[in-house]
Design a protein around this ligand. Sequence first.
Ligand code: SAM
Length: 251
Amino acid sequence: MASASYDARRGELTTYFDRTAVEAWSRLTSDAPVSRIRATVRAGRDAMRATLLSWLPADMTGLRLLDAGCGTGALSVEAARRGAEVVAIDVSPTLIGLAQERLPAIAGAGRIDFRVGDMLDPGLGRFDHVVAMDSLIHYRAADIARALAVLGARTDGSVLFTVAPRTALLTVMHAVGKFFPRGDRSPAIVPVTEGGLRRRIASEKALDPFAWTQSHRINSGFYLSNAVALTRTLPPPADGTGSPAVPGVRP
Ligand SMILES: C[S@@+](CC[C@H](N)C(=O)[O-])C[C@H]1O[C@@H](n2cnc3c(N)ncnc32)[C@H](O)[C@@H]1O
């Protein structure tokens, strides 16, 4: 069950990504010229997408991938090109519309099922891999861990996600960011410490079968984000709850 703060934040993000920032987001995710500030963000995001994709199998034929908070769908397209059956979901109907408009022809078996809605919707089914690129960065640490637990319980392979690292530099950048022209501001992101995030993940029972296997920081001008891979090390239980299959692991 998602918390009230998760639901409230999702509502704010829907307004932001469906109305306030649609133009800016459409431009940032295209090849159109952008400000110098945004060019650093675009380069950072390209590097982040490449990092996350490098942690997924080269051949994804027959594998189900959830692109959780897919935006305009760039990562979904790359996964589909590898043969994945992608469910690409976003709370912004406008961004989903844009993703569908931009969808190139995909050669091979890969396909993308675009949906408008919440990434935690249980109706989406089970996945081999889940990627949440820069979509959980807007939520409180407790809600990030809860969302990862919900997603993990439905995932047989790995859950890849990004968080905004809480560093002194980022704190300064946020302060400086307040002086940016309105159009260059992003919605509030919630920086988290790695230690705090690890503790919260460790306290989520549904994530017991997962190990923190990789992390990588991308720092490109005004883009600073940490990628993390949680990889399933124990099979899901037959009852589909996502809890450890090993008896006695936890009282
Ligand atoms: C910063 S954008 C990143 C989009 C995309 N992953 C990318 O990297 O290009 C964050 C996206 O997450 C979406 N989002 C936020 N919370 C969501 C939720 N609970 N369910 C689905 N989408 C969500 C927003 O609408 C927005 O499009």
